[in-house]
Design a protein around this ligand. Structure first.
Ligand code: PMP
Length: 428
């Protein structure tokens, strides 16, 4: 894959191609397309893989393996048999994993709100009691909804660059060393949104062991794509919870995951894994908010998968649908832009996104041109806090939703827009 860090310089010769590219773009517009590469949603074909869930657990089938009647209240930690399956997949003890309702984002939000209102284990009171703002470190490019949570709750965001091995750990270590207002770090350890990078063992070790001025520093380890491989190689991310405990910082890592992109994006199961102290902390506050999660949904998920191998086999079916779409994105970008210097892009081994860096100063123009040609892209800047990409160069592509032939058409159009925006800039 091509490193997104490689600087893209505009080739002055591109200016000469401006008339030709304007014609190509006019022809693209004339096709009257209506295509959408904005959000990382599973396609209908992927959702169909889990259709059987809709008839599970079925009338008369409401007793869990441990004898619980799932129709009733209770069981705050979630159904043990489902927790066991995902504990194995996520590499954590079952007692340290909660199974909850349909959105891991809500678990992240709840952790943040609880920390602000009540504080966290090992801390000295609510984060909100500190003088001045709370700060979170946001690796960029990153996931817009992480940034949106911070923005809504008034948390200041500072950025560090992403590297092919995850967040720039030295930059993070420098930020946390002296400033006690820095309370946390966002990280997507496996096939990150959007750059597809995987946190290396060395980076994970550094992040869980670095000294922090805040005694209650937390890493929001959002393992949303833990089992979402695009190749036959099932990448295993460093076990941050175990490493943190070894490093003497057992409470540093909060791990999140869900089946949103395994079964149904709107009706899956979410997971929180962490140290015993953090799990007790989360559960205590949870008990005021809920008498128990949707165990019927959890039972049907457990029955549908059977075991961890069942999840892996199911993910291989997703891969068969998704891999050709990602291959199309990367091959069209290579064919159309390969030797032009107009963009660099990632070629991820998993996850849901391709991250493209175009000529600095042209990302928003590319998105505008694409939009006017009927190809909706994620707004430029979305991968940065406050929606502001200081270099206006990163674009997140999400090829999962449209059928393969539409992905091809859309990407060819997007390549035209990238070339035209670069040529406009070269001519300016
Ligand atoms: N985290 C990341 C990194 C994501 O990309 C997504 C989905 N786009 C989510 C979390 C959302 O997860 P959930 O549906 O479990 O809230």
């Amino acid at each position: 894959s091509i490193s997104p860090d490689q600087a893209t310089a505009v080739d002055p010769a591109l200016a000469a191609r401006l008339p030709e590219l304007r014609e190509q773009y006019a022809a693209l517009q004339a096709r009257g397309l209506s295509l959408d590469l904005t959000r990382g949603k599973p396609s209908a074909e992927q959702l169909d893989l889990s259709e059987e869930l809709l008839s599970l657990p079925g009338a008369g089938n409401h007793t869990s393996a441990s004898g619980t009647d799932v129709r009733n209240y209770g069981g705050l930690a979630g159904l043990p048999e489902l927790r066991e399956i995902f504990a194995e997949l996520l590499g954590v003890p079952t007692e340290q994993l909660l199974a909850q309702d349909n959105a891991s984002l809500r678990l992240m939000y709840d952790c943040m709100v609880q920390a602000i209102l009540f504080g966290v284990p090992g801390g000295d009171g609510p984060w909100s009691a500190a003088e001045g703002p709370i700060t979170f470190i946001c690796p960029v490019p990153g996931y817009d909804r992480h940034f949106a949570i911070c923005e809504e709750l008034g948390i200041r965001m500072v950025t560090v660059p992403m590297t092919p091995d995850g967040p720039d750990a030295e930059a993070v270590a420098a930020l946390v060393a002296d400033d006690p207002s820095v309370k946390g770090l966002w990280a997507v350890p496996t096939y990150a949104n959007p750059d597809g990078s995987v946190v290396s063992e060395a980076v994970a070790r550094r992040l869980v062991s670095m000294p922090t001025a805040a005694g209650d520093f937390r890493i929001f380890w959002d393992n949303a794509y833990a089992v979402h491989h695009l190749t036959e190689h099932e990448t295993k991310t460093a076990n941050a919870i175990e490493l943190a405990a070894e490093a003497g910082n057992p409470d540093r890592v909060l791990m999140f995951a869900s089946t949103s992109k395994v079964t149904f994006a709107g009706a899956g199961v979410s997971f929180l894994a962490s140290s015993p102290a953090n799990i007790a902390w989360f559960t205590e506050h949870l008990s005021f908010r809920s008498i128990g999660p949707d165990k019927v949904n959890q039972l049907r998920h457990a029955q549908f998968f059977g075991d961890a191998a069942g999840v892996r086999a199911h993910m291989a079916k997703h891969r068969e649908i998704l891999a050709p779409k990602f291959a199309a994105v990367v091959s069209i970008l290579s064919e159309r832009l390969g030797d032009t210097g107009v963009a660099t892009w990632t070629d991820p081994d998993g996850g849901y996104f391709v991250s493209v860096d175009v000529v600095p100063g042209t990302a928003s123009r590319v998105v505008e041109l694409a939009g006017e040609a009927g190809i909706k892209l994620t707004p430029a800047g979305a991968t940065f806090p406050y929606g502001q990409d200081p270099q206006d160069r990163n674009i997140r592509l999400a090829p999962s939703m449209p059928p393969l032939d539409e992905v091809r058409v859309a990407m060819d159009g997007v390549a035209t827009c990238m070339l035209l925006a670069a040529a406009e800039k070269a001519a300016a």
